[in-house]
Design a binder for this molecule. Structure first.
Ligand code: NZQ
Ligand code: ZN
Length: 381
């Protein structure tokens, strides 16, 4: 087991109707807020109104930045920084899924900088001394951004996604109301389940020995299959939505890193190319890359796969059963498992490999190179 520091300052308020407590939390951070939302789902389902009412009740004035896209781009963040500065915002209230939350984190550090937020992701900015406080209202269970300090932003000119992490970026408070996820489409519900399972696998394929982490990984995956299946079939099933939401948070809030060295993250690196090149939703891309990555590495990871197979699917199962079972589950809930299903043809393979090379997609423990890229890509086709 490796040495580790466990730190997570985010206050999580979970359950039905919890946004009724937002005003009292927000007022601790000032009386001017930038509200950040995506393309409008939170207007249709009334969540934005509920948040605005909370701020109004406490006399917190607010300005709205609308239009963060899925696979968010740095230009939107730069525009929102300008709006926040002009307004004199003292906090950001992010209402949405991972894309909105990640953008809020970019804006939070961008607010005090005199350069584009992209510089943080390109590792070209000095370490920031401050960030605006973030309050999040999560509307889609997937990324764990609501309880971690990471953010992922896309640069379309460079055809890449950049990741950035800083302890300043843990949300101060995150409101998780499972009912807010009832309106998420079956497809995005499925992608969220794939994402949370993938976060478990990234932690698991760290070669350090941390048994508690391994047992938590297998249990989270088992429960994600059970409740994910139910959430896709019955969108208004509270129990299913609540479990998927908490599983997604737990999958990437640092809990699984204890005793490990940070996870592998090679599959995420490969997936980010698919999102950057073809705007594939993150979870959809992972459903294509993970089975292929597991098939390619099977000889090296057979014992670890046996453990997962037995814990997730039953005592008589083995490595191959785990890969097949996982892939079948992804397909069952409606996630694509082949590139052709997201309209990427074999003629685009060269472009994808070039992007893998340019973005230096790699894992910490399972090293990837051009030959490996090609082999994994063939398994994705
Ligand atoms: O934009 P709106 O209209 O809100 O619609 C969104 C969007 O179209 C919709 N949606 C969200 N909540 C909804 C809803 N529709 C109906 N009802 C609701 N309650 O869902 C669509 C997808 O939203 P998005 O935020 O893009 O999805 P997700 O939460 O999966 O976030 C994906 C982003 O997170 C990054 C990914 O790379 C990707 O850019 N990640 C962030 C991580 C982190 N911060 O730790 C780690 C992850 O591995 C991941 O890389
Ligand atoms: Zn992910």
């Amino acid at each position: 087991m490796e040495n580790f520091t466990s730190y997570n300052p985010t206050k999580v308020v979970f359950g039905k109707g919890v946004v009724s407590k937002l005003g009292k939390e927000a007022v601790k951070y000032g009386d001017k807020a930038l509200i950040l939302i995506g393309k409008g789902s939170v207007k249709k389902n009334g969540i934005l109104q509920a948040v605005e009412n909370q701020l109004d009740t406490m006399g917190i004035s607010h300005t709205l930045y609308e239009g963060i896209k899925s696979n968010p781009i740095y230009q939107d963040c730069d525009k929102a920084v300008a709006q926040a500065q002009e307004f004199g915002a003292e906090m950001i209230v992010a209402v949405g899924g991972g894309s909105v939350l990640d953008s809020a984190k970019a804006i939070a550090v961008g607010f005090y900088a005199n350069h584009s937020v992209w510089d943080f992701y390109a590792a070209q900015a000095p370490r920031p001394a401050s960030a605006l406080p973030i309050i999040s209202v999560l509307t889609l269970a997937a990324t764990g951004s609501e309880m971690n300090c990471f953010t992922v932003i896309q640069n379309d000119e460079l055809r890449t996604k950049g990741s950035y992490g800083n302890p300043l970026l843990y949300p101060k408070v995150s409101f998780l109301d499972p009912e807010y996820t009832y309106s998420v489409s079956p497809a995005y519900t499925a992608y969220g389940v794939v994402d949370l399972i993938s976060h478990c696998l990234e932690a698991y394929f760290d070669t350090s020995n941390s048994p508690l982490s391994d047992y938590m990984v297998s249990d989270i995956i088992k429960l994600a299959i059970e409740y994910g299946r139910k959430a896709v079939a019955e969108p208004n099933n509270y129990d299913a939505r609540a479990n998927v939401m908490w599983l997604a948070t737990m999958a990437l809030n640092g809990s699984l890193d204890a005793g490990k060295r940070g996870g592998d993250w090679g599959v995420h690196g490969l997936e980010h190319s698919l999102s950057a090149l073809y705007d594939v939703p993150h979870g959809a891309g992972l459903a294509i890359v993970y089975p292929a990555w597991l098939k390619f590495h099977k000889p090296q990871i057979a014992a670890k796969l046996d453990f997962l197979a037995q814990r997730v699917f039953g005592l008589d199962k083995n490595a191959e059963d785990f890969i097949q079972g996982l892939e079948a589950f992804f397909a069952e809930i409606g996630a694509p498992t082949r590139l052709s299903q997201v309209k990427v043809s074999q003629y685009q393979h060269a472009e994808i490999v070039t992007n893998f090379i340019n973005t230096r997609a790699n894992g910490q423990f399972f090293k990837l190179n051009e030959g490996v890229y090609q082999a994994i890509l063939n398994l994705m086709a």
